[in-house]
Design a protein around this ligand. Structure first.
Ligand SMILES: [Zn+2]
Ligand SMILES: [Zn+2]
Length: 53
């Protein structure tokens, strides 16, 4: 199973990552790789356009 980081778009396979539902609409799953988490990179919900964190 592979997932894609919502922030930088890299494919994450088996590495540490975080995923959580969009804070805005709760539907879309936001995925952040460990690098983006470390650097607090912004993410954008592909569904509603919510910008976080
Ligand atoms: Zn990333
Ligand atoms: Zn959303």
């Amino acid at each position: 199973m592979t997932v894609r980081c919502t922030s930088c778009g890299i494919t994450i396979s088996g590495e540490a990552y975080t995923s959580f539902p969009c804070p805005e609409n709760g539907n879309e799953e936001i995925v952040r790789c460990k690098e983006c988490r470390k650097q607090s990179n912004k993410y954008k919900c592909p569904e509603c356009g919510f910008l976080g964190p």
